[in-house]
Design a protein around this ligand. Structure first.
Ligand code: ATP
Ligand code: LTN
Length: 337
């Protein structure tokens, strides 16, 4: 019966830490719009997370607005969802402090992303980098989210979030909803680098040909796919073990066209890699072109974006405050008589 059951809450976020890649899009952002009718969705621009690696202040400010515009251009409707900037809602930092007291150094230092980023930013292994998953847990738990759409690389952080929620609930009484990850099925959950298909596609890769960003124009997209690493046996076949480059291109092709792997293999049977790469590039550019145009249109209307942000902040803060008050009460903070 329509309206009989309140919708479940869903939360996700993306860091404004640079150009958003087609990996971010396939693994996360694309699903945000798909889920908005079925769930009560909150989506954040995770600027607090972004400063765990060094950011240029003016660039961070610009990227925050760009990411908000991109969310909307990718189909997230600010009338249906709560769309906000993480640092605008102080409860994220406040809950992080409390959760820090039940998070163990051992579990945080074991996180793959912490180990990776510590190695990549050896000159700046700061506390924030280690505490990153606790802040992420706070994001999710503040809104009592049941579902969290993320790419496969965030699964470990989701598990930690669940552990912290259960630990808190056991110690202080039922407070938090224990969330489930929502990871896209199959290989689309992890888009690999075009230059080295053994690594995930990452916007912080030093080689710009390794990734395609959501703002790359058609020529750039086609050029990057033309240069993508494949192999020497000239057969378009899905075999991630032995043909990681071609398999990654097939994954991308299928994600952008809605075809399944077998269909795509048939389509390119007997064709060379040149034709295949061109078709992948065109499929991607066909999706990116209208998104890029819509994003540019939105960025020209700052007043609108600021209004969306403000409305999102108010709605998010209201929900977050409720959870935080409950947490403060449970841990024994004196609130007056
Ligand atoms: P970086 O690559 O700089 O470490 P990131 O892209 O992993 O950053 P976010 O911008 O916060 O970090 O990621 C946003 C979302 O995109 C997350 O849900 C993440 O799981 C997803 N994601 C990131 N890279 C990929 C990828 N290569 N394939 C699929 N999903 C991805
Ligand atoms: N760490 C995430 C971004 C992020 C996030 C969240 C995702 C920050 N807070 C809460 C889901 C829920 C990443 O994708 N790199």
């Amino acid at each position: 019966m329509e309206g009989a059951q309140p919708k479940q809450k869903l939360f996700s976020a993306v860091q404004p830490s640079g150009a958003v890649t087609i990996g971010n899009y396939i693994g996360a952002i694309r699903n945000f719009a798909v889920l908005q009718d079925e769930y009560d969705c909150l989506y954040a621009v995770a600027d607090l997370h972004a400063i765990t690696v060094r950011q240029e202040p003016a660039v961070l400010r610009r990227n925050t607005l760009e990411l908000l515009a991109l969310f909307i251009a990718c189909g997230i409707d600010p009338e249906k969802c709560v769309l906000f900037v993480q640092s605008h809602v102080p409860a994220h930092c406040e809950l992080t402090w409390v959760l820090n007291t039940i998070a163990y150094l051992g579990e945080l230092s074991r996180m793959t992303q912490f180990k990776d980023k510590s190695a990549r930013h050896a000159e700046n292994v700061n506390m924030g980098l280690m505490d990153y998953p606790v802040l992420m847990a706070s994001d999710i738990l503040l809104y009592q989210a049941a579902l969290v759409p993320v790419g496969a690389d965030q699964k470990q952080h989701l598990e930690l979030t669940r552990d912290l929620a259960v630990r808190f609930n056991n110690r202080y009484g039922s407070t938090f909803t224990v969330p489930e990850p929502f990871i896209p099925k199959g290989s689309g959950a992890r888009v690999m680098s075009l230059a080295d298909p053994s690594r995930k596609m990452s916007k912080s890769d030093e080689n710009p040909n390794a990734f395609v960003t959501m703002s790359d124009d058609r020529d750039t997209v086609l050029r990057k796919f033309k240069r993508a690493v494949t192999d020497s046996d000239a057969e378009v076949r899905y075999d991630p073990e032995n043909k990681p480059g071609v398999s990654n291109l097939l994954t991308i092709y299928c994600a952008f066209t809605g075809r399944d792997t077998a269909e795509a293999e048939r389509e390119f049977a007997g064709k060379g890699y040149g034709d295949f790469k061109l078709a992948v590039g065109e499929a991607v550019a066909d999706v990116l072109d209208p998104i890029r145009a819509e994003k540019a249109r939105l960025l020209a209307d700052k007043g609108y974006l600021n209004a969306v942000m403000k409305r999102g902040e108010e709605a998010a803060a209201r929900i977050a405050r409720r959870t935080l008050s409950k947490v403060y009460r449970k841990v024994g903070f004196y609130a007056g008589e």
